[in-house]
Structure formats: C-alpha cells, structure tokens
Ligand binder design. Structure first.
Ligand code: FEO
Length: 167
C-alpha cells in the first residue's frame, strides 16, 4: 500500500505528463504551420514520449492497488513570438517537470517509501536527459542561424559578370 500523499502526487503527475504531451503537440502544430517539418517531427516524438511517461505512472499506481483518477488536460495557451520560442518554452517546462518529480521523490523519502524512490530513479535520469536534449537543441538552433548568416554572406559575395553573348 502506497502512502496517500505520495500516491496523490503521482496521480497528479499523470496529468502533468499528459499536459506535456499536449504542449508538445501544440509546438509541433506551430512548426507545421511554419513549414518546419523537421522541428514538427521532433516535437511530435517528444509528445509520444510524454504519453509513455503518463502510462508508466498509471501502471505503477495500478500495480500498487491505487485507483487512478484522470483529470481534464488544460489547453496549451502560449503564443510563440518566433521559431526559437517553443524551444525556450520547452526547456522551462522540462525544468518544471523535474521540480515536480523531485517533489514526489522528496515526499517518498519523508515517509520511507523505498519502492517509490526506486521507481522514480528512472524519471530522475530521464529528466536529466530531457533538459540536456532541449538545451542542445537551443544551441543547435543558434548554430543553424549562424549557417543562415554564412549562406547570406556567400550570396553577398556573388559578383556580376556581364554576359558574353556572341551573335
Ligand atoms: Fe515526461 Fe518531458 O517529461
């Protein structure tokens, strides 16, 4: 039997993971609308991973005889100012999720719930990965802009050569 507070926090975490999926689908939609299908694909996969996380939390509770309650998923409401904004927003969101998982772990420590502590190890590692991946994407984004700058410079270097037309 899991501790009541710990179970409740895990049940709430299910909603946070499902919201994450929704948020990333929204970002994927944003990029589709911008014609950036690679970015859209990246966020679509991100959304699928979040649904996996939700299922893992559900299964854990069910394996411990807890009756899972699914709450409504909030509508993502962020308007993105530019193409980099969703990436910055997703880093902020992952940091929020990390804090949330840490809070569950902390509650499990307080009540000597060793089973949940062990279960959460995977998520603690996963959050490290998630934050690393998004941080790298932010760096790559700036490099890509750099490439655009290089391409722009290359195009600027084009010189006019008068046509040599022989009739
Ligand atoms: Fe399930 Fe991206 O944290």
């Amino acid at each position: 039997m899991l501790n009541e507070k710990v179970s409740k926090l895990i049940n709430e975490q299910i909603n946070k993971e499902m919201f994450s999926a929704y948020l990333y689908l929204d970002m994927s939609n944003y990029y589709i609308n911008k014609g950036l299908t690679g970015f859209a694909n990246w966020y679509n996969i991100q959304a699928k991973e979040e649904m996996d996380h939700a299922i893992i939390f559900i299964t854990y509770l069910q394996n411990n005889n807890f009756e899972v309650v699914l709450e409504a998923i909030a509508k993502p409401t962020i308007d993105y100012a530019d193409n980099k904004a969703p990436i910055k927003e997703s880093l902020k969101h992952e940091q929020f999720v990390t804090a949330s998982i840490n809070a569950i772990f902390s509650a499990a420590v307080t009540v000597n719930d060793f089973r949940t502590q062990q279960f959460l190890q995977w998520f603690i590692r996963e959050q490290g990965e998630e934050e690393k991946n998004v941080t790298e994407l932010l760096v790559k984004y700036d490099w890509a802009k750099e490439s655009l700058y290089l391409l722009d410079k290359e195009l600027l270097a084009r010189v006019y050569t008068p046509a040599t037309f022989v009739f």
